[in-house]
Design a binder for this molecule. Structure first.
Ligand SMILES: [Zn+2]
Length: 411
């Protein structure tokens, strides 16, 4: 049995800002923090106080905006970092320990150091802060026996949550299902948090698998912003839980588009069109068969309505892969109504024009082509007749499976 709700810790302002070349201004940080809270995110990891006075001031500004009870300050396993966190006004800290042999070698530490400092620093932190979270950095490349010992050791400290960091994104869901269940069994009193990176495109899947296996918390970032290929994306995790699991995390999903745009602008990172939930093409349709189905019932070819994530339904893209129904809808939207015979006459012209241009056509371009076809009123040859959803005779690399034949679209 997994819990019915996953506690989300947004780390856009900490791990997100660690993405190469990304610098948030203080105003950006406060604005993003406010929107995250407005969207119902219960906890924000908002900075690294040890980075210096400006980072401390940034964190203080965020705490001032959303309250210290929601904000976590990230620290290395070092008393100096805890002191900096205290200066920033944080009342909640996360202390990260390297746990894989690779990381321990890199930093000149060993497993004895980890277990000794874990005891010492958690006692020190518990005296200074209201909440202490412990991080197992590079947990997914650590010796699993040692990771179990580490989690069991955390259970004997005042810390109440352990972050299992898939620092370089090499975990996979079936492995996490097994290992997190085992860790949970070993230390049932400690909340387990998954912190997934997306180097292999598995961050969302790994977050969901960890949740299935007993993790009760997950760290995420807006747009998946983070080091290298980024982190588990807030919007993907929230919507995957909602749509695939039927679980409501208490997030106002209609805020996701706004949050995404805010972070994209502040980070200077554009969003790929095909990116789930927030990508520009995530609700865009061109294929004839899909558009014909969507006109009858939008659920036919969409997992959820765009309005659910704060987006608006956009008109169909009309081009090389369009069918009669989409073309008719586009012309109606542009103030023209055509009978089916006229649409069937216009469609091959539209398709060939789009193919020449290698893009979809604008409403203005459609109207020009409509006018031209009306003027020529040439009879439609049998070769030019097309059926809904079928591509013209020659195969074209961009046609896509769904536009190719009606039967293939069922897959
Ligand atoms: Zn990370």
């Amino acid at each position: 049995m997994h819990p019915r709700r996953l506690h989300l810790i947004d780390t856009t302002l900490r791990d997100g800002e660690q993405a190469a070349g990304v610098v948030f201004t203080r105003e950006d940080k406060v604005a993003i923090a406010r929107e995250l809270v407005a969207a119902g995110i219960p906890e924000l990891e908002a900075g690294i106080p040890a980075m210096g006075a400006e980072a401390c001031d940034d964190l203080r500004a965020v705490i001032g905006a959303v309250g210290s009870e929601r904000v976590l300050a990230w620290c290395r396993a070092d008393s100096a970092d805890l002191a900096a966190a205290q200066l920033s006004g944080a009342t909640r800290v996360h202390i990260s320990f390297p746990v894989s042999d690779l990381h321990l070698r890199t930093w000149g530490k060993d497993r004895c150091w980890v277990l000794r400092e874990l005891r010492r620093l958690t006692v020190e932190a518990a005296a200074r802060f209201r909440f202490v979270s412990i991080g197992a950095q590079d947990a997914t490349r650590a010796d699993f026996g040692f990771l179990k010992d580490f989690v069991a050791a955390v259970a004997r400290t005042p810390a109440r949550r352990v972050r299992l960091a898939d620092t370089v994104g090499v975990a996979h869901p079936t492995r996490l299902l097994r290992e997190i269940a085992e860790l949970h069994e070993r230390a049932p009193g400690v909340a387990l948090e998954i912190h997934a990176h997306d180097d292999l495109g598995l961050a969302t899947a790994n977050t969901l698998a960890a949740f299935e296996a007993g993790a009760t918390a997950a760290s995420v970032t807006v747009n998946g912003l983070g080091e290298r290929a980024g982190n588990a994306a807030l919007e993907q995790v929230v919507m995957a839980l909602r749509v695939a699991h039927g679980i409501d995390c208490g997030v106002r999903t209609e805020k996701l588009a706004l949050l995404s745009a805010l972070v994209a602008k502040a980070s200077g990172r554009t969003i790929a069109p095909e990116r789930p939930v927030v990508g520009g093409a995530a609700f865009r349709h061109e294929s004839g068969l899909h558009c014909a189905g969507l006109l009858k019932d939008a659920r036919t070819y969409e997992p959820f309505a765009p309005e659910m994530v704060g987006r608006r339904r956009e008109p169909f893209a009309v081009g090389w892969k369009s069918g009669v129904a989409a073309l008719g809808a586009a012309l109606r939207a542009a103030g023209e109504s055509c009978d089916e015979a006229a649409l069937r006459q216009l469609l091959p012209v539209v398709r060939h024009r789009a193919r020449d241009l290698r893009r979809t056509l604008t409403p203005g371009e459609l109207l020009v082509l409509l006018q031209a076809t009306r003027e020529t009123s040439a009879p439609v040859s049998a070769a030019e007749r097309v059926v809904e959803g079928a591509a013209p005779s020659a195969p074209f690399p961009n046609t896509g499976v769904d536009g190719a034949t009606p039967s293939s679209a069922a897959t």
